[in-house]
Every structure is written in C-alpha cells, then in structure tokens.
Design a protein around this ligand. Structure first.
Ligand SMILES: Cc1cc2nc3c(=O)[nH]c(=O)nc-3n(C[C@H](O)[C@H](O)[C@H](O)COP(=O)(O)O)c2cc1C
Length: 431
C-alpha cells in the first residue's frame, strides 16, 4: 500500500466506509453493529426474544436449503483482473425504472416488530438515507403508509401475498400505488407456511399473536369484512390459562387503538381469525395473474421462481420481472439453491425482463457473483433484520453501508470499474 497519509478524501463508498470505521476506531468510536455476519447475528440474537430469533433465523425442516444457498454461492469463485483503472467505480443500477445506489434492495420481511419496536419504519428511514429501495412486506408490522411517509421520495416497492379475497388484493395494490411504490412483487412460494421446526418447537406463530398483520388492520376492505367476523365470533372456549390471558393481552396490544378498547370490542381477536381465514390461497394458478395485470400499470415481478419454465410462463403472462428466491430456505427443505437455479433461468429469460435473486446474500462477493451469473440485482434479507435487532435504524444503515462498501471494493479489486463490466468471465465454478 502506498499513500502520503493525507488529506484527499477517499473515493467511493468502499474506501469512505473503511476510512470512517478506522478513523472512528482511532478516536475510540466503534461501529454500532458488528461488521461480520456471524457476530451481527449473535448480537441480534442477544437482543431478541427466543421466539423472535427463531422466527427470523429458522428455515423449513432440516434447514438444508439455508445451508445449500450458502454452499451454492461458495461454488463460484471470483477471478480478478488487473491493471484496469478502477480508481472511480460506478455501482449504481436501474431496475424497472427504480434507481439503486448499489445493485441490491431490501427484501420484504414480515413481522419486523420481533426485531425492534420501530420495525418497518426504522428500516424505511435507513433505506431512504442510503439510497437502497425497500420492499414493503405484505406481513409488515406497520402499515405501508407509515413506512412510505418515513421515506420521502426514496424508492420503494410493495410485496403482495394473494389472499382469498380479490377485493383485498386490489385494495393492497391501490394503497401501494398511492404510497409511491414503483413495482409490485408477487410472492408465489408461500401459499402455505413451510414446516418450520424452530417455530413448531416453540409452538409460536407471530400472526396468531396479532403481529405482522398491520397491512390488514389498516385496510378498509379488511375492516369491513371484519365486522362480519365479529358478528360470528364464538365466545372463548376451553380452560382459561395464564398463557391464554397473556396471549390475549399481547393481541389486544397489537391492534390499533387502546388495548382496553380492543379487549372489550373483541376486534383484535376477530382480526386474527379473519386474517387466518384470508391470508393465503393455495389454489392460485397462472390464470389468476390476469386479475393483477388488469389492476395495475406498475411493473409486476414474480418472487419465488426456481424453474426456467416458470420464468418463461411469467413473461408469457405479461409479468415484468423475476425474483429467483427460495424464501431464504423457509419454505421447501432441500429446495434448489438460488445460485444453482439462476443460470438456466437467465438463459431462458434471455434478457427480456430483469432477473433478481435472493436467499443467502451475505457479502459484496455474493452480490458480485450473482451479477456475474446474470442477475440484475439481489435482495438482502436476514442481515438487515439482524442490524435492526442489534442497532435499530442506525444498525440497518450500517449493514447497508457495509454491504455497499464491500461490494464497491470487490468490484474494483476484481478489475471492474462499473457493474456493467461484470460478466460470466468474472467467475469460475469449482466442484
Ligand atoms: C423473518 C423473515 C420474514 C420474511 N417475510 C417475508 C414476507 O413477508 N414476504 C416475502 O415475500 N418474503 C419474506 N421473507 C423472505 C425474504 O423476502 C427473502 O426471500 C429471504 O429473506 C432471503 O433469504 P436470506 O434472508 O437468507 O438472504 C421473509 C424472510 C424472513 C427471514
């Protein structure tokens, strides 16, 4: 390394962030959350309830798919090129008209209140400050309008689960449009919840405690239907235990308005019942997509695609993008890893629509590798949730800044001055 030790500010987010951390350290100021993924997760675990941690960390069955996602990334090695003037690097990309300061966005993650009380709003603020789009979850802990308000003009998308009510689907999409979302991400892989052993062992599902249903309890169509449920609500049955009372208390606290009022009215309990009846539609099929296509002129991306034939079908049904995802290994144990699925999907799509990828992205090298295989951008999931748990809004900001910095340095050190220079020849498959 050379340098005069002075003076000129570092160029690019990578060197800027290194400088910030090291100079901070010299002054006795340390980052607010650990930089390493393992230590970050550990810090989050210490800050969370056992149920909250299990819900975020867990996957389906033996969690082979979580491990498989990582193994698939590690099979691809970056092959750096030299002497290519990388003094100035351009990490920005544009996906379907949405600007990304670096080629990643924040995945939709439900029930963020399990990580931090400021939940989605803290993430929205952090994403806006760092120029990284946030995909609002259908299972958010805060209504999308609140997150949107926290973001100013910064880019955001909305993720949709297709419920049993098309009126509710249309209402969510209309709200997303009014919230300034510039794309709809329809998640296809969760028509039922996967067999999540950690949650089953704790006998804990956050939705049954009224958590993660804020998009519903803030929705006019849902609230109207709730009146029906309220009329039919059976009186509580079975022995009243202390645990049941605790659950009722939790539930009442998660419904808008005062706890006491919602206990009296029975609204919170009815909302959970209504949610359980409504939230998923396992019968969903390709023909249903026409309904959504007619409802919005926003780009629609299908999330959860793992087979090239499904990617082709998505395009044939007028969809505008693909998210190659196995939901972070939470749905199908033993599912194909996303990095293994990506090449055939990119080939089948042949540049007609952008292909994004998530599940297992942990570092700048992962972003680089996915782009080398043809992804337009990637989704960051659990790492930002750990940042939120360990450090609130500032924790999320640091996780984003660290990934942006790591990617910027990886890009330059691999010999690429911009994202467009990354190609298949930038990586080599081992094993
Ligand atoms: C706790 C948790 C909640 C999630 N909630 C949603 C959700 O509401 N909607 C959705 O489409 N995907 C959801 N996902 C999946 C993420 O969008 C993304 O696909 C996944 O986190 C990527 O895997 P990774 O976090 O291991 O990188 C969730 C994931 C986790 C870990």
């Amino acid at each position: 390394m050379s340098g005069t030790g002075s003076e000129r500010p570092p160029v690019g987010i990578g060197r800027e962030r290194q400088f910030e951390v090291y100079v901070g350290g010299a002054r006795g100021v340390h980052p607010c959350v650990p930089v390493s993924f393992e230590r970050l997760e550990e810090a989050a675990r210490n800050a969370m309830s056992p149920e909250g941690y299990a819900y975020v960390a867990g996957g389906a069955g033996t969690e082979e798919a979580i491990r498989g996602n990582r193994a698939a990334f590690e099979r691809w090695r970056i092959v750096p090129r030299m002497l290519r003037d990388v003094s100035v690097r351009d990490t920005a990309v544009d996906v379907l008209g949405t600007p990304l300061a670096s080629p990643f966005l924040l995945c939709p993650i439900g029930v963020l209140e399990m990580a931090h009380r400021d939940a989605d709003v803290a993430v929205a603020r952090a994403a806006a400050a760092e120029g990284i789009p946030f995909v609002f979850s259908n299972q958010a802990s805060r209504p999308m309008e609140e997150s949107a308000r926290a973001m100013g003009d910064a880019p955001r998308w909305f993720q949709l689960y297709w419920s049993t009510s098309n009126d509710l689907v249309a209402s969510f999409v209309g709200r997303a449009e009014r919230c300034g979302c510039s794309a709809i991400v329809l998640t296809l892989d969760t028509t039922m919840l996967g067999w999540r052993v950690r949650d089953l062992d704790l006998a804990y599902l956050p939705f049954l405690r009224g958590k993660g249903i804020a998009q519903y309890t803030s929705d006019p169509v849902f609230l109207e239907a709730l009146q029906e449920t309220l009329k039919q609500a059976p009186p509580p049955s079975g022995r009243i235990t202390l645990a049941a009372l605790g659950t009722l208390w939790d539930l009442a606290g998660s419904y808008p308005g005062s706890r006491l009022a919602s206990l009296r009215s029975g609204l919170a309990r009815a909302a959970v019942r209504r949610f359980v009846e409504t939230y998923s539609r396992p019968s969903l099929s390709w023909d249903d997509l026409a309904f959504l296509r007619e409802r919005t002129s926003l780009p629609i991306l299908l999330k959860g695609i793992l087979h090239p034939a499904d990617a082709v079908a998505a395009i044939e049904h007028g969809m505008d993008g693909i998210v190659v995802s196995n939901h972070g290994g939470r749905q199908v144990d033993g599912s194909i890893a996303t990095m293994d699925a990506l090449p055939a999907i990119v080939e089948a799509v042949a540049g007609r629509v952008p292909v994004l990828l998530d599940s297992g992205v942990r570092s700048g090298a992962d972003v680089f590798r996915a782009l080398a295989l043809g992804a337009s951008a990637v989704g960051l999931g659990r790492p930002y949730v750990w940042g939120l748990a360990a450090g609130g809004e500032e924790g999320v900001r640091e996780v984003i800044r660290n990934l942006r910095a790591d990617f910027d340095l990886t890009l330059g050190l691999a010999g690429c001055a911009s994202v467009s220079r990354i190609g298949l020849d930038s990586v080599d498959r081992v094993g």
